[in-house]
Design a protein. Structure first.
Length: 367
């Protein structure tokens, strides 16, 4: 995604937020604070005085955030808490709490980074790694910065399905259940439909091929209507699912720790797939701005990027991975046909309509 796309997405999503009562944010306690003019030493000193950083949407078991919080405590003495919310819910919390903010930093889908900026909910901080961050992964001033990204892939429980699918075409021909999740609520599930649409000749503004794909699976009685969760994977309740690559790998490795005989295969569909990043946003109203800035700094450091890579995410900066970690990742050659969203306005309109379309054109045909 480039900045032009992000700005277009911001305009579309901001309009939707205004219609639901989420307007501009007004003045903040930090409006005269310029983190970009401060030295890293100054930020670190003040962050240590603040003593803690509270996040939203950055739980321990997602992209290995646990190691990030442990590293911040060990290096800087920062205590930490998190509340796990969706991207839209994070922005709503920042807006609702305003100068009574309880959270300092959030992790949102990259489109929502531009939305947060447009709504006046962000505090600018570029970090010392700014020149190493590609243009598509940041705005102009540090209102939002992508730290890692994922790609839609297929995970198969080979104890239940011996011939693991490697393409969307394979999924149509199988005799197993396919899990996608709750399209009405889950961004991941919506991207799964978009990935299928790409594979079948559609795009952000033409989601119909993706709906038709899942309608065929539903008509075959093969659509798993339950949630995609680690617990269901462990219990053997999910045969095949379409998920973010790093989530699938992470679940596989967690399950294998408790059950060495478990056998899961993860791949990027041969026809191609869709890719999206996750960006940190610093709450414009935070009571601990320096701790939040230091957190972003650490996340983009070699150590912080490696922490995310240990959660099997693809990092925005190039960092060298240990051989044992590299072996667990999906081979690079499988990512040759990956797409990033280009039509922001088209995708925004589609996501607004998708829950109804999914219910009418897919779930209505599921057994």
């Amino acid at each position: 995604m480039n900045v032009r796309f992000a700005k277009a997405a911001a305009a579309a999503l901001a309009e939707a937020m205004l219609l639901t009562g989420c307007g501009s944010s007004g003045s903040t306690n930090n409006e005269n604070l310029d983190l970009n003019s401060m030295s890293l030493e100054e930020i670190e000193e003040k962050a240590k005085e603040e003593g803690e950083v509270n996040s939203v949407g950055m739980p321990d078991d997602w992209a290995n955030w646990d190691d990030t919080w442990a590293g911040l405590k060990e290096k800087y003495g920062l205590e930490h808490t998190d509340v796990d919310l969706s991207s839209a819910e994070e922005l709503s919390m920042f807006e609702a709490e305003k100068n009574n903010a309880t959270k300092d930093i959030g992790d949102v889908g990259e489109t929502y980074g531009a939305v947060a900026e447009d709504q006046g909910l962000t505090l600018k901080y570029k970090t010392s790694y700014w020149d190493e961050i590609p243009d598509w992964a940041k705005d102009d001033d540090g209102d939002w910065v992508v730290a890692y990204y994922g790609t839609m892939g297929i995970i198969t429980n080979k104890k239940l399905v011996s011939d693991a699918p490697t393409s969307f075409a394979d999924l149509l021909e199988g005799d197993y259940m396919v899990s996608v999740g709750d399209v009405a609520r889950s961004t991941r599930a919506q991207y799964a439909v978009l990935a299928a649409a790409y594979a079948m000749g559609g795009d952000e503004s033409n989601i119909q091929p993706g709906l038709d794909f899942f309608k065929q699976i539903a008509e075959q009685g093969r659509l798993d209507k339950g949630e995609f969760t680690l617990s269901r994977m462990e219990k053997g309740e999910i045969e095949v699912a379409i998920v973010w690559d790093f989530v699938g790998i992470g679940y596989r490795e967690q399950i294998k720790e408790n059950n060495p005989d478990a056998d899961f295969e993860i791949c990027i569909p041969e026809e191609g797939s869709v890719q999206s990043g996750y960006a940190t946003i610093i709450n414009a109203y935070t009571k601990r701005p320096h701790a939040a800035a230091l957190t972003r700094e650490y996340i983009l450091s070699d150590e912080g990027q490696l922490n995310l890579a240990k959660g099997y995410a693809r990092t925005v900066r190039d960092v060298e991975l240990p051989a044992e970690l590299e072996e667990k990742m999906i081979p690079d050659e499988q990512y040759q046909n990956v797409n990033m969203v280009e039509d922001a306005e088209g995708w925004q309109k589609t996501t607004e309509e998708l829950p109804t379309l999914w219910n009418e054109q897919v779930l209505a045909y599921a057994n």
